[in-house]
Write a protein that binds this ligand. Structure first.
Ligand code: PLP
Length: 522
């Protein structure tokens, strides 16, 4: 291909925007494990999920086969208000680092909500409206998801009740006000407005909350209010599907200039931006058409991929949600306050968890002061004030570019710049005043959480035999969850080497105390 000069920003035309979302699961030989009902351990049925989630979103959640989903015209019209988003060549950062690496970032902060979350928010609000619902409930960590959803709900005329992680509610009053501008009601979580919130407050008085707590409260509120459903901003398969718009645009922009990335980097909270960014690239990797190094970056204070275990766990702290098989730190893990609030989730998307378990993507964890150093370095040369979450990806992109300087390799690095940091100035202030610490949980602490992971009874061979042909998915999933090998920790170093340290104890927690999901579904 003829060499073209690469502009500072590669913009697609509106007509080049994706018309389909790409469902990566269709190309995964080993599909992510199904969600399980915590009471029966059976895969969640569409019918049960429809009591909590919108109908069309349930269909998307359970569909591992359809490769391409047409994006409804109404959603594409909304996307056009802020998409296509630019793919920026970080010429200034490259120069500053004196690296031969070529660095690109896909900037998703160009909308009022300030992040990629709007891509799924508009889709979820659209399907809720189409179903004739009155409103939806949700949780928000850093506030970006709640802000995005409030914009989407006001556009489609839906009511929105947001449970906001208390520490973010206090640190980010302005984000809360943006949500209220768009008509949402915002409650700090844990709160005394729900049964589950009151229980968490009794057990952990003074807690700053977590995404897991806020999810429990939002689910409880949705199922107790007729005409409401719950929507989630990350983790679920449907959210990664909507976020594939990020990766599809990135790939089209790179293809225009004949650029093939060597390394793709994204921060990982619940996995939605990373899952979306890598989708078409991972698809090529799975189909054997191309190879890429893909790196998930998480905070050292909440290291679900790098130090978690791959097992079935609750998606929420209150244990009212279905069980997902994922890398998890335990659903009652309450991370130390960390200024990248959106990365404080105990689990990880089942799609990314499966890919990671198969060694198809790497993960690294980084301490927060190193993240803020990178954020500031980036802001000073590239001009954009990055969100702390996004800055995790910046940290590792800079580290990789420095490695290129040392080896002389001119690698192409693409990272996701998921959002802006205008509402994170309290965090920047703490960093500047030297008041930011790097809390890293000890193995003993993580082991204590992991020991409380849900425990399953493995069915006997005889029973299986008597039952005749066994439903494979269910048995495999349950057996996997209970097998000791899934309690190992897979650690990855910054250069991507994988070491497995044995942790061979069985989980001792039980499902006894978990509220019956059915109780909430009714
Ligand atoms: C700006 C930003 N980036 C990244 C994330 C992490 O979420 P996810 O892993 O779902 O992309 C968040 C979550 O709130 C966020 O606000």
């Amino acid at each position: 291909m003829e060499q073209k000069t690469i502009p500072y920003k590669i913009y697609l035309n509106e007509s080049e925007m994706p018309e389909y979302w790409y469902n990566l699961r269709a190309d995964m030989p080993k599909k992510p494990a199904p969600l399980l009902d915590p009471a029966t351990h059976e895969p969640m049925t569409a019918e049960a999920l429809r009591a909590v989630f919108c109908e069309e979103l349930v269909a998307q959640e359970l569909d591992s086969d359809t490769r391409l989903y047409p994006i409804p015209q109404e959603i594409r019209d909304f996307y056009r208000m802020y998409r296509p988003s630019p793919l920026v060549r970080a010429y200034c950062l490259e120069k500053k680092l004196k690296t031969p690496a070529k660095i690109f970032y896909k900037f998703e902060g160009n909308n009022t909500s300030g992040s990629h979350k709007l891509n799924s928010a508009v889709a979820q609000a659209y399907y809720a409206k189409k179903q004739g619902l009155k409103g939806v409930t949700t949780e928000t960590g850093a506030g970006q998801w709640g802000t995005a959803l409030s914009m989407a709900c006001s556009y489609f005329g839906l009511d929105l009740k947001v449970y906001m992680v208390k520490v973010s509610y206090e640190q980010k009053p302005f984000r809360r006000e943006v949500m209220r501008v768009y008509g949402a009601s915002v409650t700090p979580s844990p709160s005394d407005t729900t049964e589950v919130g009151r229980k968490i407050l009794t057990e952990h008085p003074g807690t700053g909350g977590s995404l897991g707590c806020a999810i429990s409260e939002a689910v409880e509120t949705a199922v107790k209010n007729p005409g409401y459903r719950y929507v989630l901003g990350s983790v679920l398969n449907q959210v990664l599907l909507h976020q594939s718009v990020i990766g599809l645009e990135t790939k089209s922009a790179l293809d225009k200039y004949g650029i093939k990335p060597d390394i793709i980097i994204g921060c990982a909270g619940g996995g939605s931006n990373l899952g979306g960014l890598i989708a078409p690239f991972m698809g090529e990797k799975l189909r054997g058409e191309n190879d890429y190094r893909i790196i998930a970056v998480e905070p050292a204070s909440c290291p679900s991929l790098t130090r978690g275990v791959y097992a079935y766990d609750f998606c929420d702290t209150g244990m009212v949600c279905p069980l997902a098989k994922m890398y998890t730190l335990g659903s009652d893990f309450i991370p130390a306050p960390n200024h990248a609030g959106g990365l404080r989730y105990h689990g990880m998307s089942p799609i990314l968890s499966e890919l990671y378990d198969e060694g198809l993507l790497e993960a690294v964890s980084v301490p927060q002061t190193k993240v803020f150093e990178a954020a500031e370095q980036f802001a000073r040369v590239e001009g954009i004030l990055p969100a702390p979450e996004s800055s995790h990806a910046i940290r590792v992109a800079i580290d990789e570019a420095i490695r290129c300087r040392e080896t002389g390799e001119a690698k192409t690095i693409v990272f996701g710049l998921t959002g802006t940091g205008y509402f994170d100035l309290v965090a920047y202030e703490k960093f500047h005043n030297g008041q930011m610490d790097d809390y890293i949980p000890t193995d003993a602490e993580l082991n204590a959480y992991a020991a409380r992971l849900p425990k399953y009874k493995k069915r006997s061979r005889r029973r299986r035999f008597l039952r005749g042909a066994r439903p494979r998915v269910r048995d495999d999933a349950l057996a996997d969850a209970s097998r000791n090998k899934h309690l190992r920790r897979i650690q990855r170093s910054a250069d991507g080497r994988r070491t497995v340290s044995g942790r061979h104890e069985k989980p001792t927690g039980t499902l006894k105390n978990a509220p019956d999901l059915g109780a909430f579904l009714l």
